[in-house]
Design a protein around this ligand. Structure first.
Ligand SMILES: NC(=O)C1=CN([C@@H]2O[C@H](COP(=O)(O)OP(=O)(O)OC[C@H]3O[C@@H](n4cnc5c(N)ncnc54)[C@H](OP(=O)(O)O)[C@@H]3O)[C@@H](O)[C@H]2O)C=CC1
Ligand SMILES: CC(=O)N[C@@H](CCC(=O)OP(=O)(O)O)C(=O)O
Length: 347
């Protein structure tokens, strides 16, 4: 079988370089071109010395030429850039998986409010399918344009889906306490990601203003219209990769822990990348690092009737490049695991 030719825009960033790592093992996708807005005719090895044996040279972003060269493009570009670039790629007939937040929110007002940027043209946002693979697989399969989910929403929504869909929780009770490693902020340096600022430190940021709040609420409403606004806090922790979301919800009625485990296990029976942990155990970020897994642990506090759900992912894999490839697999009719059979890197 001829391999499908794919292109990567933003290959010099963390999402892009993770796409290169994972696609290098893919039996059906072949990285044909990598593109950059700032560096052309530069070899990838000169940007990333760890890619010493990778032959790619950065090319100019030219939608017309791209459409002649490749079948599918991953855009690992910042929000505000994808909104302008992706429509050009779609107009050229390319299939697109966009890793940014530009096409995830269906409401232009919400995008402007939370991203503080002009929204993408509505006709393209309407076409996009939200790529939370485990729950929207059928739509993804019949789509040619995916808005790949944010990293925090991926961990949060996979943790909440079974109980929200079954309407088991009080609708105004969702609190999400989330932590991320530094690579979640991308490759460009800021004061926040300065070693001296983050080493042996922990910081809360974007308090009640995080752009992933409306993304999470949009999906929760698809599952249960009665869900009320969530409380969602994000923290930077001194590690390179990983996201942990600790989610608190109040149950409407008391439910045995055995029944909850049964619900989660049944919900993810056909989801090879979601691992519901054994009762009484909780996942840590290192236990999924470098892999496409989302690991979930659960418990109920019988004194308060509150449930605690812990969901961990690698932000660059299941939170970005891995899920993007999982979606590309479904879109092209391959098994979702194709090319993603990697165990976590431990320790
Ligand atoms: N890091 C993460 O964990 C996650 C990131 N995302 C999203 O994925 C996208 C990429 O993130 P990430 O890789 O971390 O970011 P980085 O900052 O590491 O890389 C982004 C890349 O975008 C390219 N770029 C910048 N400006 C332009 C432009 N005007 N036109 C075309 N390309 C441009 C740059 O490459 P060049 O200069 O070579 O063009 C840059 O290397 C973002 O939208 C991010 O929000 C989503 C989930 C998780
Ligand atoms: C650690 C860190 O800074 N993480 C980033 C994740 C950004 C991201 O992925 O943005 P979009 O999903 O909106 O594209 C943040 O919290 O803003």
């Amino acid at each position: 079988m001829n391999r499908l030719k794919v292109g990567i825009v933003g290959a010099t960033g963390y999402g892009g370089v993770e796409l290169i790592r994972l696609l290098s093992n893919h039996p059906h996708f072949h990285i044909y071109s990598v593109y950059s807005s700032s560096q052309q005719h530069v070899q990838m090895v000169d940007v990333y010395p760890h890619l010493a044996n990778v032959p790619y040279t950065l090319e100019q972003i030219d939608p017309v030429k791209m459409a002649k060269d490749v079948d599918l493009v991953f855009t690992a570009t910042p929000s505000g850039i994808s909104s302008k670039l992706v429509p050009q790629l779609i107009n050229e007939g390319l299939k697109v998986i966009d890793l940014s937040g530009d096409f995830r929110l269906k409401s232009e007002e919400l995008y402007e409010k939370w991203y503080k940027k002009p929204p993408a043209p509505n006709q393209y946002t309407k076409q996009s399918v939200y790529g939370l693979t485990e729950w929207f697989g059928e739509e993804i399969h019949s789509s040619s344009f995916i808005a790949n989910p944010g990293c925090y929403p991926t961990a949060t929504l996979l943790g909440l889906a079974p109980i929200v869909k079954k309407k088991l929780i009080k609708e105004d009770s969702i609190i999400i306490d989330a932590k991320s490693g530094l690579s979640g902020a991308g490759r460009s340096l800021s004061n926040v990601s300065h070693y001296a600022e983050i080493n042996e430190n922990m910081k809360i940021y974007k308090v009640n203003q995080h752009q992933h709040i409306p993304e999470i609420e949009q999906v929760l409403h698809r599952w249960n219209e009665q869900i009320k606004p969530i409380t969602f806090s994000t923290h930077l922790v001194p590690m390179t990769r990983g996201i942990m979301t600790t989610i608190y919800v109040t149950l409407k009625e008391s439910i045995g822990i055995e029944s909850l485990y049964k619900l989660y296990e049944e919900s993810y029976l056909d989801a090879p990348f979601v691992r519901v942990r054994k009762q009484g155990t909780f996942p840590s970020t290192k236990e999924v690092s470098g892999s496409n897994y989302c690991d979930i642990g659960l418990t109920i506090d019988e004194r308060t009737n509150r449930m605690t759900i812990v969901s961990v992912i690698d932000n660059l894999v299941k939170g970005a490049a891995g899920q993007a490839i999982q979606n590309a697999n479904l879109m092209m009719g391959f098994e979702q695991q194709t090319g993603l059979h990697v165990l976590p890197v431990y320790p």
